[in-house]
Design a protein around this ligand. Structure first.
Ligand code: CDP
Ligand code: CDP
Length: 234
């Protein structure tokens, strides 16, 4: 199958990463979770008491930051590593969620992570989800999706996810965190979350997971076919 880049952006908790993962699997593409990279950077700053508003701390933090992804041989799931340590669960905790959008406003941190993301997607055949993938990381992506869902639905899904990991978090706390992150992510000066004019909007509030995955897989296959025809005629 031909290889394209699929960029999935949108608000917190609307299903980007789980959908992107399933789309990648269906197409035999690589999935890259850009949010996990911002979360790992946040954990690094928290662990070392580094402040994102102190330039010297940012410089020091970036110098000692190494993020990678590895497939767990048992579960076959992709997991995030920070300086050689598996931090997949820790980066999803509220401690990190509460701080990540602040870290993600820092220009130097974005610059470094964007260049790592561009390197990871250079060979195409990737599905990447985040906030600035279609606008900054891969502005030429063949398929751009902008996902949305109402706040109640997103919070309920996130609560369920945390519960499955043994974290019982109050619904109001989750809603506040999601909407506060949406606010910071959409209004920041550096690459704010925005729907690109060439992005396809998918509201997942009333879709099943399988439906939203299928919609994107169908769109991707259509583009791949068109590219094949075009290549055949030229
Ligand atoms: O999964 P969830 O939607 O809660 O968030 P995430 O995708 O893990 O991203 C966590 C945070 O990282 C977001 O709220 C943004 O502040 C930041 N982020 C970003 O600024 N740019 C990206 N490409 C991805 C994430
Ligand atoms: O990456 P993002 O924060 O946008 O969302 P996520 O981490 O993929 O979390 C969305 C959660 O809602 C996952 O547990 C999905 O299985 C679930 N879900 C969904 O994404 N779409 C539906 N139609 C129903 C449930």
């Amino acid at each position: 199958m031909g290889k394209i880049v699929i960029a999935i952006d949108g608000y917190s908790g609307c299903g980007k990463s789980s959908t992107a993962k399933a789309v990648a699997k269906a197409l035999g593409f690589t999935y890259i979770d850009s949010g996990a990279m911002y979360r790992a950077a946040t954990l690094h700053f928290l662990n070392h008491y580094l402040s994102p508003s102190v330039p010297h701390d940012v410089e020091k933090g970036l110098k000692t930051l190494e993020i990678s992804f590895q497939i767990n041989p048992d579960s076959q799931k992709q997991e995030t590593y920070l300086n050689g340590l598996n931090v997949e669960d820790e980066i999803r905790t509220m401690r990190v969620s509460e701080k990540v959008s602040e870290i993600a406003t820092v220009k130097e941190i974005r610059k470094e992570l964007v260049s790592q993301q561009q390197r990871l997607g250079k060979k195409k055949g990737v599905v990447m989800d985040g906030r600035d993938i279609g606008s900054v990381v891969f502005p030429d992506a063949e398929l751009k999706v902008f996902m949305t869902a109402d706040l109640e639905t997103r919070a309920a899904r996130r609560q369920q996810e945390l519960l499955e990991k043994g974290d019982m978090i109050d619904m109001e706390e989750i809603k506040t965190n999601l909407s506060e992150r949406d606010r910071i992510d959409s209004s920041r000066a550096e690459s704010p979350l925005t729907k690109m004019p060439d992005a396809v909007e998918i509201d997942t509030s009333n879709l099943t997971f399988e439906e939203q995955v299928q919609q994107i897989v169908d769109l991707a296959k259509e583009i791949i076919e068109k590219e094949k025809d075009y290549a055949g005629n030229h």
